[in-house]
Design a protein around this ligand. Structure first.
Ligand code: NAD
Length: 252
């Protein structure tokens, strides 16, 4: 029996990358998964099919995390289909490059509306549902090591992830008595579409590898495994934590 048998999870931005890695890791443990993205395309359909091939259940729901009504509807559709919501993973994110000297107000707002406002909406509507159910729950926010230490040239991204770090701690306190744990995962460099361009550049890849003591970049499964750990019933005493999964980058 899977360690998440009988549970229902929503993972935002789970058509590909880290989100898909989490969705697949959950499904391998018997969890039913709502795959979501801001647009419906073959990637989302493929993720649902892969989960079903693993013997679990999945549906795709279109939702833009920066829109409150979409997020409210996402939770509603998950409950309509699977009867409840146990785990919410706020994973969807974008990286708007630029130092504070270069970024425009528009860049700043776009970065914040997806990464930080998206995590807020996902948390808000999931918590509302979990409190109504009265059996606790799990909120897992995908932050970044860029939410803990500075990285030059990505000011708004770092600020958005720092915001998620603090949102995680605060909501953990608000929801502790409801049995809802709220944690973040702070990945280091993971191979996905977000980092593809950087990893194709030999000098950047060399720099990433030199900064990662375990000597490799991460895979979406590395984050999926960490998310399973935080989602387990046995993890009920872990809340308000930022779990660094970075191959040792920030340990130096
Ligand atoms: P990715 O670009 O492959 O995936 C991001 C996902 O978010 C995609 O599915 C995308 O369609 C979705 N998305 C974007 N805007 C959205 C919106 N408005 N509404 C709904 N979905 C939206 O990148 P990834 O690396 O898999 O990133 C996943 C998360 O991990 C992000 O929050 C990212 O900041 C974080 N992260 C990534 C790395 C890395 O090295 N790849 C490191 C640290 C943190």
């Amino acid at each position: 029996m899977g360690r998440l048998e009988g549970k229902v999870a929503i993972v935002t931005g789970s058509n590909r990358g880290i989100g898909k890695g989490i969705a697949i890791a959950f499904a391998k443990e018997g969890c039913k998964v709502v795959v979501s993205n801001y647009k419906k395309d073959s990637e989302g359909e493929k993720a649902v099919n892969e989960i079903e091939k693993l013997g679990s259940n999945a549906i795709f729901v279109k939702a833009d995390v920066s829109k409150g009504n979409d997020m409210k509807d996402l939770v509603k559709k998950a409950v309509e289909k699977f009867g409840k919501l146990d785990i919410m993973v706020n994973n969807a994110g974008i990286l708007v490059s630029g130092s504070v000297k270069e970024l425009t107000e528009k860049d700043w707002d776009r970065q914040m509306s997806v990464n930080l406002k998206g995590a807020f909406f996902g948390t808000k509507y999931a918590v509302e549902q979990m409190v109504k159910q009265g059996k606790g729950g799990r909120i897992i926010n995908i932050s970044s090591i860029a939410g803990l230490v500075g990285f030059p040239g990505i000011s708004a991204y770092c600020a958005s992830k720092g915001g998620i770090t603090e949102l995680t701690r605060e909501v953990a306190l608000d929801c502790a008595k409801d049995g809802i744990t709220v944690n973040a995962i702070n990945p280091g460099v993971i191979v996905t579409d977000m980092t593809k361009g950087m990893l194709e550049d030999k000098a950047t890849l060399k720099n990433f590898l030199e900064n990662t003591p375990v000597g490799r970049v991460g895979k979406p499964e590395d984050i999926g495994n960490a998310a399973v750990f935080l989602a387990l019933d046995e993890s009920s005493f872990i809340t308000g934590h930022n779990l660094v999964v970075d191959g040792g980058w920030t340990a130096r």
